[in-house]
Design a binder for this molecule. Sequence first.
Ligand code: ZN
Length: 501
Amino acid sequence: MEHKLKRLKNKLHEVNDLNMVSALLNWDQSTYMPPGGAAARGRQMATIGRLAHEKFTDPEIGKLLDDLRPFEESLPYDSDDASLIRVTRRSYEKSTKIPAKLVSEFSAHRAGAYQAWTKARPNNDFTAIRPNLEKTLDYSRQIADCFPGYDHIADPLIDFSDEGMKADSIRALFAELRQQLVPIVQTITAQEIADGSCLHQSYPTDQQLAFGSAIIKRYGYDFERGRQDMTHHPFMTKFSLGDVRITTRVKEDDLSEALFSTLHEAGHALYEQGINQKFEGTPLAGGASSGVHESQSRLWENLVGRSRGFWAHYYPQLQIAFPEQLSHVPLDTFYRAINRVSRSLIRTDADEVTYNLHVMIRFDLELQLLEGTLAVKDLPEAWHGRYQSDLGLRALDDRDGVLQDVHWFGGWIGGAFQGYTLGNIMSALFFDEALKAHPDIPVQIEQGKFDTLHTWLKENVYQHGSKFTANELIELVSGGPLTIEPYMRYLRTKFGALYSL
Ligand code: ZN
């Protein structure tokens, strides 16, 4: 058995090496690559991706997993070896159940659909992209059908990003959230909108970057095992547990852009840097799910980085960095500006209170498309209808409507959005548990100290990598299932102090 496990690990390391090379090529493409490199880079990434897929779906891996089953069953569920075998098996099954022909047809299709979207969005031309989207929906159903026995057709697709989560339970959780959020949004947006003008002055790039870096260093982001570069759409990536990188973009007329994207991506990176080093090179060396990953970016960006205590410490330093712009702006004005709530049409620009409404609209529409209760041709109108009812707004066109997000045009339909809101819900749940263990965390944050919180997260969340599913991890940390209570309590407390609720 020891020999077989070693053999499995060796094979998984090779797959991992290829995946990490692919990530490096992708990072380079998004940061420094000149435009002339695009065509060859696309080909190189496709080649590496194919090799990684071939290596991972090698029947010998399936055989090793079968042979190792008795060994796995003889070990405790949460032991490193049992977890490695279990997690590898789940992902092996996912990778082998979809026929190779379907995989290659779909990847060719999605590349074309993405290209079409990059033209259709600026042209506000849903009709042009509609046939692509209809095909994407068809492929999405075919992919789901490779996993028969599901309760809802979206379940297998959701499982790819949020393992173990199901459409029905997410729908119930979201319904509860929506029911509580909509009246709060209505109450807040009926009041005066906070003045955000202090954020929109001229802020030189270098000082913005230096300020953000200083904060994430204090958070615990290890620059010896990471770095930050510039890109168009900020992301975190890793090439090993010793090389976890983040990217950002700067707008000189918007202080919040680089600052909060840096705190967000650093949250993702702290998670990856905190994974047990023993898992290096194996499928355990990653986050538990898209929701759990997002919980960490939101926790460090919002629950910490947009809190009053945090700015009680950092605002005087920000004023020193930008005296002309901020010396006359009181802390309270700045705090209200970074937590300004308003109805908006664009998900990525949304504030903490309205953000989840954007996500839930997309989640519901995905389910309806997959169920066949909504046709692609009716999607733009369904989108507008939901924005009208949930946010009281209607986009003037499809550019700011159904065409705004890349997800459905660069991937499949189903499972693409729920992780953002699950992440928000989980961020408050984890933070709550950290506070129960260490009630002095808020006082430490006011002093610019994050060690206790960071250490708690490492011990309770980060170190496990993807050993546990999101539901298992939540059960382990909180002793119960995922609930919206801590999140709603957080929103009500924070925004109740800013607005009358
Ligand atoms: Zn994120």
